[in-house]
Design a protein. Structure first.
Length: 261
């Protein structure tokens, strides 16, 4: 007789450490927390709204990839921010979000790093992803920061082969409520780095495993360019040196090329 896995415990709002001024709403299921928060932003919601769902059924990642998770096995949430930073520094926001999530997980996972721009990886296995969307509202532009972290998934529950979860990497049960509080605290505490792009660039580059790697950059119109990732520039773009030129990548899919054996 096949045993049925025990259900994952629900998030406990009574134990959740919420950053000062932020408001956390936990809902059982939704298509997309980013869509919900964007709707609230357009209706005039102030910064600091956090919507967390126990089961997201139509989440999206970067490049419109689907983010699927079993109920109560992940952390899927979106945060509404209204940054004071100049508009030319807003491209740093997705990288800042990735850096904040990486920092929150680093004490549990010493080998965790960022793959440009904001995939959170353990070696070459993805453990979390970020989707940041700029929203026009009557009060001015806002940013919706969507975060998805694989927490309790087994190998069979992960959407792709090159993915992992916090429990798979640590070998220990993880309290999702405590972890959510950690991640929100990191996002809240580090958002001021958006006002100091050079400090953010230095901190980000220090934990970005893409720098120094040979990468394939997939550009629009099915163009692929290979080169060595050298650095991140003052606008957060990836600087890549190829055989014939050095170029920057502001948007696109970057694949780490495995070293030849």
């Amino acid at each position: 007789m096949t045993s049925v896995p025990a259900p994952h415990p629900a998030l406990d709002p009574a134990r959740l450490a919420t950053p000062q001024g932020w408001r956390v709403e936990i809902i059982e299921t939704t298509l997309s927390t980013n869509a919900l928060v964007a709707e609230r932003a357009r209706a005039g919601e102030e910064a600091g709204l956090v919507v967390v769902t126990e089961h997201q059924t139509a989440g999206r990642g970067r490049l419109d990839r689907v983010w699927e998770t079993p109920a109560r096995a992940a952390l899927t949430f979106s945060v509404l921010l209204r940054p004071d930073a100049p508009s030319h520094d807003w491209p740093w926001l997705p990288l800042l979000a990735g850096y904040a999530v990486q920092a929150a997980l680093a004490d549990r996972l010493p080998d965790i790093a960022l793959k440009w721009p904001n995939d959170i990886m353990v070696e070459e296995r993805k453990i979390a992803g970020i989707l940041v969307e700029r929203i026009d509202t009557p009060q001015g532009p806002a940013a919706v920061v969507g975060v998805g972290i694989n927490v309790s998934q087994t190998l069979e529950e992960l959407p792709v082969a090159l993915a992992t979860s916090v429990e798979l990497e640590t070998g220990e049960p993880v309290d999702r409520t405590g972890l959510l509080g950690q991640v929100l605290g990191s996002l809240h505490g580090l958002q001021g780095l958006l006002l100091d792009p050079e400090a953010l660039r230095t901190a980000y580059a220090d934990v970005c495993s893409t720098i120094g790697r040979v990468v394939d950059v997939h550009l629009p119109a099915d163009e692929v360019r290979r080169g060595e990732a050298l650095d991140v520039d003052a606008r957060g773009a990836l600087v890549v040196s190829s055989a014939d030129a050095t170029f920057t990548v502001g948007a696109g899919d970057v694949i780490h090329v495995r070293p030849q054996q």
